[in-house]
Write a protein that binds this ligand. Structure first.
Ligand code: KIV
Ligand code: ZN
Length: 522
């Protein structure tokens, strides 16, 4: 008998915690739709108590998803109430509550004497908080997940005790996170097996794992846990997430599929949708996929050396353990052009995972025609970039109205810029070390602000001289990152748009009074 592994996708929650990867509500809704197409079992849509925008996004995803929608909450009533407020429209709501259980977390987050004067007392308080949280969450919905944060470094007897208690209180899924990516695959597998022998009521809950990638072991740890009794894998598209990220969904799923000779597991994932999902997540988050990324990287199916190419021509299996088609990498690219009609555009975008109302399509079609006029052939990657630009509109506090650049080998680069912000116009000129520098300085002068640009890159979306250029700018303020993305056939214009978007996100963030970080304890 084959056993199903539940795929719990946390791209919209832990994934969005990647530095700078903030997604707006529309982008989250669109990714959630694509995740459903992909066939994930659970979509963790956000952490509603952390901000009004998170709450709204979870509400929107809940109102239209057929999959289980999970919302994260610390083990306190306010968070759980906020999670329920966000989830109540969901067909299958799940409240996911968590508390730190390792001694390091207990000492760091629950240091105050009100949690107990020594470790023993604090552990008892935390166990009670976990049980109370599950009991309270249970008053809203039957589907409750409990996570013992930093379980990877938690004392095993205490972990077993807390798991047994939360299952008795009604937790239907118990998650064992390797929060810091510290464990080793065989060690983590043994940990899961050992819990199965210690926890009396363990069969009343699904055991889940949530592995971080700090040592590059997240996928290996997840697979080892599955071999030892876990039946839910928490993961994210492209492996994005806190710090080095989470276990990558596409790697877990394809490892299970390709090596089905080694086990009896299956997932419900429609693997042909992996590529589209991966690209959509990258476009909306602004996090570029490394070329050699397994499964979805640009080079995942490229063969460079003569020997490999020769082998491939004779028999693909010589150097490939799966086909590109099996993960949705298109065999040939379909090209649109200025004569393509609205219907053709709509249908191509649908294939790529983007759907709209007809009214919205008009605006997208107008942009498409502008691009098709500048570059004859419009490829899938151009369309993805165009959609990324469209969807980030609500985040554009500053609009680029006009840009003039004077640059050359014998002149000082000068930029003149006009920016629109809330019915006001800001205009300035500046010189710089190069045209991009001049442009950024002109923006800063016009708006009377400064920022620390921590990364800047430009890439072309497709080959050819007329390719669309996509610029990505990341700025940092108070240790918070903001990613901006701009697109144009003119890379200086793309750069200006990207910088303006990052500055706009920063403005919106601080205007919404998000100045306090959420307390990691309670
Ligand atoms: O890494 C972690 O422990 C988490 C929990 C909240 C599940 O993200
Ligand atoms: Zn995590």
């Amino acid at each position: 008998m084959k056993e199903k592994i539940l795929v719990f996708d946390t791209t919209l929650r832990d994934g969005e915690q990647s530095p700078g990867a903030s997604l707006n509500v529309q982008e989250k809704v669109e990714i959630a739709r694509q995740l459903e197409k992909l066939g994930v079992d659970v979509i963790e849509a956000g952490f509603p108590a952390s901000s009004p925008l998170q709450l709204e996004a979870v509400q929107r995803v809940s109102s239209e998803s057929s999959a289980i929608v999970a919302a994260l909450a610390r083990a306190v009533e306010n968070d759980i109430t906020a999670a329920w407020k966000a989830l109540r429209q969901a067909k299958k709501p799940r409240i996911h509550t968590f508390i730190g259980t390792s001694d390091i977390h207990i000492a760091g987050k629950f240091g105050s004497d009100r949690y107990g004067v020594n470790l023993k007392e604090k552990r008892q308080t935390i166990l009670k908080m976990a049980v109370d949280a599950v009991t309270f969450a249970k008053t809203f919905t039957p589907d409750i997940e409990f996570s013992a944060e930093d379980a990877g470094r938690t004392d095993q007897s205490y972990l077993a005790e807390i798991i047994e208690a939360v299952i008795a209180a009604g937790a239907t899924t118990v998650n064992i996170p390797d929060t810091t990516g510290y464990t080793w695959p065989s060690e983590f597998g043994i940990k899961i097996a050992d819990l199965h022998s210690r926890v009396q009521n363990i069969n009343k809950a699904v055991i889940s794992v949530h592995c971080h990638n700090d040592l590059g072991l997240a996928v290996a740890n997840t697979l080892s846990a599955l071999e030892h009794g876990a039946r839910q894998a928490e993961c994210s598209m492209n492996g994005i997430g806190e710090r080095a990220g989470n276990a990558s969904l596409e790697e877990i799923v394809m490892a299970l599929k390709v090596r089905s000779d080694l086990h009896n597991f299956y997932t419900n994932i429609v693997t042909e949708e992996l590529f589209n999902t991966s690209r959509m997540v990258s476009t909306f988050t602004g996090i570029i996929i490394q070329p050699n990324k397994a499964i979805v990287g640009d080079n995942a199916f490229s063969h460079e050396s003569g020997i490999h190419q020769d082998g491939m021509l004779k028999n693909r299996q010589t150097y490939e353990v799966m086909t590109p088609e099996s993960v949705g990498v298109p065999k040939t690219s379909i090209v649109l052009g200025r004569h393509s009609g609205k219907h053709g555009l709509k249908s191509r975008l649908h294939t790529l995972g983007y759907d709209f109302q007809d009214a919205e399509l008009d605006a997208v079609y107008k942009r498409f025609v502008e691009i098709a006029d500048k570059k004859k052939e419009v490829y899938d990657d151009d369309l993805r970039v165009l959609m990324g630009d469209e969807r980030s509109k609500p985040q554009k506090a500053y609009e680029l109205d006009y840009l003039h650049i004077n640059s050359g080998t014998a002149s000082i680069p000068t930029a003149t810029i006009r920016i629109r912000h809330k019915e006001q116009i800001f205009e300035e000129s500046a010189t710089g070390d190069g045209p991009v520098d001049a442009c950024f300085r002109a923006i800063e002068r016009a708006l009377g602000i400064e920022s620390m640009v921590t990364s800047y890159s430009v890439r072309s979306t497709t080959a050819g001289r007329q390719a669309l250029g996509e610029a990505l700018v990341r700025i940092r303020d108070n240790n918070i990152f903001f990613n901006g993305r701009g697109v144009s056939t003119d890379i200086i214009e793309a750069s200006a748009k990207a910088y303006l978007q990052a500055l706009g996100l920063r403005l919106q963030y601080f205007e919404n009074n998000n100045t306090e970080t959420i307390d990691s304890g309670v």
